[in-house]
Design a protein around this ligand. Structure first.
Ligand SMILES: Nc1ncnc2c1ncn2[C@@H]1O[C@H](COP(=O)(O)OP(=O)(O)O)[C@@H](O)[C@H]1O
Ligand SMILES: Nc1ccn([C@@H]2O[C@H](COP(=O)(O)OP(=O)(O)O)[C@@H](O)[C@H]2O)c(=O)n1
Length: 539
């Protein structure tokens, strides 16, 4: 599952164009990977000692921990090697005796499901990856460049990273992850000691429990083999945690046997505090600010910038041209009752305004200088961005520009503007001013990375170049504009992707923590419902 999810994430990564070699153990897994087109080469059950002949640049090992321990000493590789094991000490010790350029990783996003069929497209996004920097606490014995390259790899896939030594890692995950899993199983087993509980519950037309017990039993009894391996490789810290839980349980029982019950007030209060320290509002991954966009289904007058009702909330939607950002942002904004800020259209109107000032023949340098000489920010330039009934409008000297900002000659010159820090800063300022006043869905290239890097609601849309060109062509034809051939449009889009991705500042990239959606094969309604589903999950 994790290996296939990794291949999927790489295949759909905007900057990864390398070859993926998948090494699997069964023909079944190979067939599933082949069917999904997730690897360029698939090797079944090969001898690990022979892997070097494929000249890999980077290797991620995704086998269970005990097989990893056996495999590491057999590998003969000189590229960076990492893994995805969930207990560390045994792996790190096995790696220490080798000459491998190895530093371990623990992407904390495993599940009880296995096999390539169970792949999760955005498995790594917004999850934590612990990078192992040594065996003992405070002794970083891994090469700094190696750690950096492994950390960058996971970050590129949207993960948050955190460095720890293996000993501390194992102790911490025993308490925060492994121990609670076993406790959940122990709680389930407790119901065997009083058959009446289970019997009456089964007789009842529906379960005699609220959601509390379901929450506590959710992780009971997950994949036995995985838990056997985890216990085998992290036994001491897990046993220590279970013993300390037993002590706490004894204290609880002693207190509960007392006739005075006021201790409960303090006890529950302190337990609540601990829970908040673990999952409190400021922590990532818990859906932080619990008050996301309420699902009002009508756009309303509260769309007006500066409305007192609106709370500042930002949803960023980045991606390349034609991936569907503006369409989807518009629909979601209407559904959630917030404003859609189209940052690309602001760049377009700035470009158009400069073209009016300088003429179409002006050079990129002349466009760049206008800012310094004329202060052509959206205000100083008599260029005004306004919103009317949720629609973003662009006025130059009080003339609404409409489709004039969408002509090929504007599109061809946007980079003269978008490459310059002065213009970018002004657009970013404008968006932030807006975001401070009202809830926004903002689409663009650098919204989740530069303009609103702290928003927890980040999405990245992508689609194959051909698909995007087909969409553009259809759009042009439908709006009565001249439509170049599909090949020509494909080339234009690919060129713009290249410019957008390689811009020195504000370049298009997947923001850390963004949810990735490939829209190539799904219609706009599915994209919208996918995003809304993610939002609802978190809030
Ligand atoms: N998921 C989708 N499936 C099919 N067509 C789409 C989808 N999303 C958008 N489109 C169409 O593709 C074209 C480009 O979409 P647009 O929202 O302008 O992309 P972007 O803002 O990312 O450049 C539009 O004509 C739009 O109607
Ligand atoms: N946040 C943004 C948005 C757009 N842009 C630039 O503006 C161009 C036009 O943006 P757009 O959103 O109108 O693009 P399309 O609708 O053509 O896909 C992009 O190709 C980028 O070069 C940017 O640099 N930063």
């Amino acid at each position: 599952m994790m290996g296939a999810s990794l291949a999927h994430a790489l295949r759909h990564h905007a900057h990864f164009s390398g070859e993926i070699i998948a090494v699997v153990r069964s023909d079944r897994s190979a067939a599933a990977l082949r069917e999904k087109g997730l690897a360029d080469t698939i090797l079944v059950d090969v001898d690990p000692t022979t892997l070097a002949q494929y000249n890999p640049d980077f290797v991620v090992l995704g086998t269970p921990v005990l097989s990893l321990v056996e495999m590491l000493p057999l590998l003969r590789l000189d590229c960076p090697v990492t893994d995805m094991g969930s207990t560390r000490l045994a792996i790190e010790r096995a790696a220490r005796g080798t000459t491998l350029r190895f530093a371990g990783s623990h992407p904390m996003c495993g599940s009880e499901n296995s096999g390539p069929e169970a792949l999760v497209p955005d498995l790594f996004v917004n999850r934590l990856c612990i990078i192992i920097n040594g065996i003992e606490e405070a002794v970083v014995d891994r090469d700094a460049d190696l750690l950096d390259s492994i950390e960058t790899f996971w970050k590129e896939l949207g993960m948050h990273t955190f460095r720890l030594d293996a000993t501390t890692h194992d102790r911490i995950v025993a308490g925060l992850s492994h121990g609670p899993h076993f406790l959940s199983s122990a709680l389930a087993m407790t119901y065997l000691s009083d058959p009446l509980l289970l019997a009456k519950n089964e007789e009842s037309p529906c379960a005699i429990t609220g959601g509390g017990l379901r929450d506590m039993l959710r992780i009971a009894g997950s994949n036995p083999v995985m838990w056997r391996d985890i216990l085998a490789t992290n036994q001491r810290p897990i046993v220590d945690f279970l013993k300390s839980f037993r002590n706490e349980l004894d204290t609880l029982i002693q207190n509960a046997e007392r006739s005075d019950t006021d201790w409960v007030l303090t006890y529950q209060g302190r337990a609540h505090e601990v829970r908040d320290r673990i999952y409190g509002n400021a922590r990532m991954g818990n859906g932080s600010s619990a008050n996301l966009i309420p699902a009002t289904h009508e756009a309303s007058s509260s769309l007006v910038v500066g409305s007192e009702n609106a709370k500042p909330r930002i949803l960023s939607l980045d991606g390349p041209a034609g991936s569907g950002k503006s369409t989807v942002a518009g629909i979601i904004a209407r559904r959630l009752g917030c404003l859609h800020a189209d940052s690309g259209a602001i760049y377009r109107s700035l470009t158009y305004a400069c073209m009016q000032l300088l003429g179409e023949q002006a050079s990129p340098e002349e466009f760049g200088r206008v800012f310094l000489e004329q202060t052509p920010d959206p205000h100083g330039f008599a260029l005004r961005v306004d919103y009317d009934n949720g629609k973003q409008l662009h006025y130059l000297n009080e003339e609404e520009l409409g489709l004039k900002i969408r002509t090929p000659s504007v599109t061809a010159r946007i980079r003269y503007i978008a490459d310059h820090a002065q213009y970018r800063n002004r657009v970013n300022e404008l968006l932030r001013e807006l975001g401070a006043k009202t809830a926004l869905i903002v689409d663009g290239r650098d919204i989740g990375t530069v303009v609103f890097p702290d928003t927890p609601f980040k999405f990245y849309l992508d689609a194959a170049v051909r698909t995007r060109a087909e969409r553009r062509r259809k759009e042009l034809i439908e709006s009565g504009m001249e439509a170049p051939s599909l090949e020509e449009l494909e080339k234009q889009i690919a060129d713009r992707d290249e410019q957008d991705r390689n811009r020195k500042i504000g370049a298009l990239q997947i923001p850390p923590g963004a949810i990735l959606i490939d829209t190539s094969n799904i219609d706009r309604d599915m994209v919208v419902s996918g995003i809304l589903a993610h939002l609802q999950e978190q809030f």
